[in-house]
Design a protein around this ligand. Structure first.
Ligand code: FAD
Length: 479
């Protein structure tokens, strides 16, 4: 273990991110009886083949099954369900009211508000799913706090509050005074803040594994340990795996950041990483900073930091450095620098936890889209469906995506399929090698700018200029 990491007061256990399942997933698997993957063996037929057993694939299968219980759905997952970001994320099921500027720029005000309301319904529906099916995924709808940690962020905070008011949604996103902020979560680093009603915390791996259980109980076939190495769209589509194949009239690509490897999708995203550190339980320290309500919290850095509490009084704190890459490799799960950066952010924001050890750390890939928002739809020749570009906010949107794709698969024209992010004109990043090199350089520049602002020093003008490049190039990313 490096001296930097020791100095950050990590506990003695091996903290190599990715050397183990996320803490969430280990908790979830410990409560299950039979977790052995059953890889596909042989050639089978189905009505729909779903590639990817994260939230998108599982919610899609769930919504399809709800509408038509006898539909033969097969889910193929290379790892285990929830082994990817769906079982590794911060567990923020959060709304889009803070994304109004981007939504309005892309789709206009009415459609933007419609999309925000639809996502709010999805957050509630996740809670209903948990109670209906006895899935105890720690669902708690306690809202979402934004905390400004640098003078530059006060204006950003005021702007999101203003926009919500402008569109008639003042109740959805409102300003918090410094005192109100302190009463919910006190940190010496917090200045001003805002509160968004649409926010629920979940234990993400319990939700993913709970979904898997419900699907299996209702007859959906799930083959884990089954990598799809080729998809011929057909129709019918043919998903080829090392041990066999699935032939189905329709296919769903629910591969998230792994889409960097799929020619049809690769220019629609850049894969960045995000890392989480987890403290030992310290409920008395949480009480001392008034953070007992279960609110989700983020700051306003462009390389956002996000933090929430757990049932047993821990803090899970995400953010950190992260890398950009053109393929999903070890750098997304074994990046010690990113762990140290996340830990550094935690120590800075929560000095009263100085003696509380960090007990765990893990990371995963994020599918950053050119608009900071996901899109859902179909690919040529029309029988392959996708959802992509969550940009680190996919827990709630993947539920909405599942609903949209299930309706599209059935060919139904519904409120969901009429959402503005369904089959919009695709936005592309530049081709390689510019995409990966550009993303890596810009990512570091954004972090350098964020860090300087937070420390009250003047950001390096070159770094600031680089950080602003994506917006100058027409992407809805960066400061
Ligand atoms: C550290 C971290 C923190 C995050 N925090 C939050 C948060 O707090 N709130 C939030 O809203 N979002 C968060 N996110 C993002 C969120 O986790 C994702 O947007 C969401 O899980 C996307 O779900 P998905 O099913 O599309 O993707 P995934 O969960 O990535 O599922 C895709 C699955 O496809 C499988 N797969 C890929 N290729 C193949 C193949 N060829 N064959 C078979 N299977 C394949 C993968 O193994 C994977 O399991 C975070 C992400 C990370 C990494």
């Amino acid at each position: 273990m490096s001296s930097t990491v020791t100095a950050l007061n990590l506990a003695g256990k091996a903290l190599t991110p990715g050397a183990q399942r996320s803490w969430w997933l280990r908790e979830a698997l410990a409560a299950e009886k039979d977790v052995e993957p059953r890889p596909l063996k042989g050639d089978i037929n189905a009505d729909v083949v779903v590639i990817g057993g994260g939230f998108t694939g599982l919610w899609t299968a769930y919504h399809m099954m709800l509408a038509k219980p006898d539909l033969k759905v097969v889910v193929l997952e290379q790892d285990i369900c929830g082994g990817g970001p769906s079982g590794r994320n911060g567990g923020f099921a959060s709304g889009w009211w803070d994304e109004l500027d981007g939504l309005i720029a892309l789709y206009g005000q009415d459609q933007a508000v419609r999309a925000c309301r639809a996502l709010g319904d999805s957050i509630n529906a996740i809670g209903e799913f948990c109670s209906t099916h006895g899935v105890d995924a720690w669902y708690k709808h306690a809202g979402y706090i934004y905390a400004a940690t640098a003078p530059q962020h006060d204006a950003v905070c005021a702007e999101i509050v203003h926009l919500a008011r402008e569109v008639g949604a003042a109740d959805e996103l409102r300003a918090l005074t410094a005192e109100e902020l302190k009463a919910r979560c006190a940190s010496p680093a917090f200045r001003s803040g805002a509160f968004m009603r649409d926010g629920a915390q979940v234990q993400p791996a319990l939700l993913a594994r709970g979904l898997r259980r419900v699907l299996l109980e209702r007859g959906v076939t799930i083959h884990e340990g089954t990598e799809v190495t080729r998809l011929d769209p057909g129709p019918p589509a043919l998903a080829v795996t090392p041990g066999g194949s699935v032939r189905a009239p329709k296919a769903v690509l629910a591969v998230n950041a792994w889409a960097v490897g799929w020619p049809q999708l690769r220019r629609r995203l850049v894969a960045w990483s995000s890392y989480i550190v987890l403290t030992a339980p310290a409920p008395e320290k949480l009480a001392a900073i008034n953070w007992t309500g279960g609110e989700l919290v983020t700051d306003f850095r462009t390389s956002v930091r996000y933090f929430r509490t757990t049932r047993d009084g821990r803090i899970a704190f995400g953010g950190g450095g992260g890398r950009a890459s053109s393929r999903i490799d070890d750098s997304f799960t074994r990046d010690q620098r990113a762990v140290a950066e996340a830990a550094d952010g935690f120590r800075r924001l929560f000095p009263s936890f100085a003696e509380v050890p960090l007990e765990d750390a893990w990371g995963g890939p994020i599918d950053v889209s050119p608009t900071h928002l996901p899109t859902f739809g179909s690919l040529a020749p029309g029988n392959v469906y996708y959802a992509l570009g969550y940009t680190g906010n996919g827990v709630a949107p993947s539920h909405l995506a599942g609903k949209v794709i299930a309706d599209l698969v059935r060919g139904d024209d519904t409120d969901a399929t009429r959402l503005p992010m369904v089959n919009p004109k695709p936005r592309m990043f530049p081709p390689q090698p510019f995409r990966s090199i550009g993303a890596a350089v810009i990512r570091r520049a954004i972090i350098a700018k964020d860090t300087a602002e937070e420390r009250g020093v003047r950001p390096n003008p070159v770094m600031s200029a680089i950080a602003r490049m994506p917006r100058r190039m027409g992407y809805l990313l960066g400061p």
